[in-house]
Design a protein around this ligand. Structure first.
Ligand code: GAP
Length: 445
């Protein structure tokens, strides 16, 4: 994880928030490479969930919602972590994350000092809206994007003539006052979620739950991640969230071990029943194709962390490879083996020399490629070193312009993973790169 954190900073993926002031715990900034990677992951998910499904539409709801929302959702009452403090060293722990014997003996796992009693700590950030800071002005930063979907479900049925079963997808920020924020961007106080809520007829929920588990697994297969680094974890009775009838996590083998990447939940009719009760609005679905049958739909939720997916993709792509360049056995390269459709830069254009018109020709070729791909241009230093810089940033293709390019219009196309090089005519370059992206299969670990 240290290597990934350091590469992420060095290459402009992720910076500590407010670093010049010593940093802000639980918050991170996405640099030029990081925002491109995050955007591509979000776009891939969005395409998968909306464009490829006729029965799913999108939404972008506000972060600030009526405070009654969070009473109805159960978050005011139930969205808590058990907290203990050490009276001696003042360290703070989640009671469910320290060894049981320490908890039983009330002994700090770090300094051996006495621990306080366990108390419940609500994870929602609370603030005030308007000038008065009283109980009437309390407002929360949303801890999940899901509720914005539930409160809009009737609007969307009416405006878009949706029929059950159908889904609503949303990507957006969520906030949780996490007690322990470690492991880089894994668990943070400000993060992004990619959630989809699928509304189904009661009685069909178990089947849809199985179907969505299958679809979400297939999504990660398509993304080209190491499938032996993914596994399912079913929530036991003690783990189930207050809204869940059944829940499975997709876990990824991060450097610190197996951890949750995404949750697939059968939320039953909990959410819409509660919003009916708290808002006084009738949220039943009226099935016009079935004698106006009325019911509160069940909800199958797929809930993935976008920022956690960024970390997963970085960990999954990271590789160090012995390349034995120029007879030197000890030569290594760091390479990010991103799927080409996720890589922040798709093609780097490199003139072999700056002089003799090669730089101008390379700029011209880059201008052409820009229309179709995210490009970079680098003319500084030895060509081998420039390749390494692109490998470390995860750029899948480098195009090198040399004297032959001037003579016959051909260029060298170099592949990040195999480091193989082929000659391609300038006129065929964009088509060839598009084909390589479409047919990409990861061959290296
Ligand atoms: N709407 C359901 C829900 O929010 P969750 O399991 O609490 O369920 C879903 O969160 C996903 O959101 C997690 O699998 C994880 O990827 C991401 N997530 C949750 N808390 C996070 C945090 N503090 N930092 C980063 N990502 C987080």
């Amino acid at each position: 994880m240290e290597k990934i954190t350091s590469l992420a900073k060095r290459r402009g993926f992720v910076f500590q928030s407010s670093e010049i002031y010593g940093g802000q715990n639980g918050a991170w900034d996405y640099g030029p490479m990081g925002i491109e990677l995050k955007n591509r992951i979000a776009q891939t998910w969005w395409k998968e969930m909306t464009q490829l499904h006729d029965d799913i539409v999108g939404l972008d709801a506000a972060i600030l919602m009526h405070p009654r929302t969070w009473e109805a959702s159960g978050h005011v009452e139930n969205f808590t972590d058990p907290l203990v403090d050490c009276k001696k060293c003042k360290a703070r722990f989640r009671a469910d994350q320290i060894p049981e014997e320490n908890l039983a003996a009330k002994k700090c796992p770090e300094c051996g000092g006495e621990l306080t009693d366990t108390r419940k700590f609500n994870l929602m950030f609370k603030t005030h809206i308007g000038p008065a800071e009283d109980s009437a002005s309390i407002i929360y930063l949303r801890p999940e994007t899901a509720q914005g979907i539930y409160v809009n479900y009737k609007n969307i049925i009416q405006s878009n003539r949706m029929k059950i079963p159908f889904g609503i997808a949303q990507i957006g920020k969520a906030f949780r006052n996490e007690i322990v924020t470690k492991n880089f961007i894994f668990r943070t106080c400000e993060f992004e979620q990619m959630e989809m809520q699928f509304f189904v007829k009661p009685g069909t929920d178990v089947e849809w739950f199985g179907e969505w588990r299958k679809r979400r697994w297939a999504y990660y297969e398509k993304l080209g991640v190491k499938m032996d680094h993914l596994r399912w974890h079913q929530h036991g009775p003690g783990e189930l969230a207050h809204y869940a009838k059944d829940a499975y996590d997709i876990e990824y083998l991060f450097p610190m071990g197996w951890r949750e990447l995404e949750g697939v939940h059968n939320r039953s009719d909990y959410d819409l029943s509660r919003h009916t009760q708290y808002s006084g609005k009738d949220l039943q679905y009226i099935d016009q194709d079935n004698s106006a049958e009325r019911y509160i739909p069940y909800i199958i939720e797929t809930s993935a962390g976008l920022t956690r997916n960024v970390l997963m993709i970085l960990c999954d792509a990271y590789d160090e490879e012995q390349v034995a360049d120029k007879g030197n056995d000890d030569d290594w390269r760091t390479v990010l083996r991103f799927h080409p459709s996720l890589a922040p830069v798709t093609v780097a254009v490199l003139p072999l020399m700056k002089k003799d018109g090669l730089a101008e020709l390379a700029q011209d070729i880059r201008r052409e490629l820009k229309e179709d791909f995210a490009t970079d241009y680098d003319q500084g230093g030895a060509i081998g070193r420039r390749y390494r810089r692109q490998d470390e940033a995860g750029t899948p293709f480098c195009v090198t312009i040399d004297y032959e390019s001037k003579d016959n219009g051909s260029v060298t196309l170099r592949f990040r993973d195999s480091m193989e090089q082929v000659r391609v005519n300038r006129a065929e370059l964009a088509v060839r790169i598009r084909k390589e992206i479409k047919e990409y299969k990861r061959t290296k670990p």
